[in-house]
Design a binder for this molecule. Structure first.
Ligand SMILES: *[C@@H]1O[C@H](CO)[C@@H](O)[C@H](O)[C@H]1NC(C)=O
Ligand SMILES: *[C@@H]1O[C@H](CO)[C@@H](O)[C@H](O)[C@H]1NC(C)=O
Length: 274
């Protein structure tokens, strides 16, 4: 239950930070999406992106992002799984809008959280096993490459996609925040971990990677979702971990779990039978 409490705490912080932020918005400016980003255009898909959903009294609610790494495996953040009831979790692949019916839903059979995971500190990564396995069509459903061992430095252009942060528990005041239903995409650049620490993320270690842009609007990102770079094809370099919830504090960088650090562990997660 401790992690549920943490998530609720983050949700509450998000609510209050956003409320303060929103109150500073000029009227007519709708702070509803990743700032500096835009809707993924109609007819276009981010085929490796999935929505992680939780069964609530009112139906299935999006609460985290994830990425396809094998037909029956999804990469996400540990904090999206810790304390969750696996029988209520599912993923939806092949959608651009959360309301569209065309995607495919698979239930989450089990998840493996990295053994070194410590909330808001390190190893915020998890692998889900899903059923039924996904069928790749290479247009709306396809895997993302994750196995590069390169330690990505600063100044590398990277792209984040997500539907924004949502939480499995009902928060009446959060409903008013009008999170986007259309997948958002934003590009910015990585920074060094030293710069990340200097900019306030003092606990960042080499197992994480930071990126920063000039944020002016609403919350961005989607916990557990993929940060990718284009390096002879798209490669996942990060998993959204923390920092993104600090809406309005636009000087603060976003912290991602560094995928290259965990590539062997992820590969073991794919090969494990469970
Ligand atoms: C998990 O959710 C299922 C389905 O709603 C429910 O039957 C079960 O009691 C829950 N388990 C726990 C530990 O809460
Ligand atoms: C998708 O791409 C993979 C790898 O290139 C290929 O093996 C598969 O046949 C493709 N599937 C479809 C439906 O095009």
């Amino acid at each position: 239950m401790a992690l549920i409490e943490l998530i609720l705490w983050i949700a509450l912080s998000l609510g209050s930070a956003t409320a303060r932020h929103n109150s500073r918005q000029p009227t007519g400016h709708a702070p509803t999406r990743i700032v500096g980003g835009s809707n993924v255009p109609q007819g276009e898909y981010v085929p490796y992106q999935v929505s992680l959903q939780y069964q609530t009294g009112e139906g299935q609610a999006h609460f985290c992002g994830g990425s396809i790494i094998a037909p029956d495996r999804i990469l996400t953040a540990a904090h999206c799984c810790d304390g969750m009831n696996v029988t209520r979790m599912s993923i939806v692949a092949g959608i651009r809008n959360l309301d569209e019916k065309g995607g495919s839903r698979s239930r989450v059979v089990s998840f493996v959280i990295h053994p070194a995971y410590k909330a808001l500190k390190t190893s915020d990564i998890a692998v889900l096993t899903i059923d039924p396995p996904l069928v790749y069509n290479n247009v709306s459903v396809a895997p993302i490459e994750f196995s590069s061992d390169e330690f990505v430095g600063s100044g590398v252009p990277v792209t984040l996609t997500g539907w924004g942060l949502r939480f499995p528990a009902p928060f009446p005041f959060l409903d008013n925040l009008n999170f986007p239903n259309t997948l958002q995409r934003m590009s910015y650049r990585t920074i060094t971990n030293r710069e990340c620490q200097q900019r306030g993320m003092e606990y960042v270690t080499d197992t994480e990677i930071c990126a920063r842009g000039i944020f002016r609007g609403a919350c961005s990102g989607d916990s557990g979702g993929p940060l990718v770079r284009n390096d002879n094809g798209l490669k996942q370099v990060g998993v959204v971990s923390y920092g993104l919830v600090v809406c309005g504090l636009f000087v603060s960088p976003d912290v991602y779990t560094r995928v290259s650090t965990f590539r062997n562990w992820i590969q073991q997660g794919i090969e494990a039978t469970n």
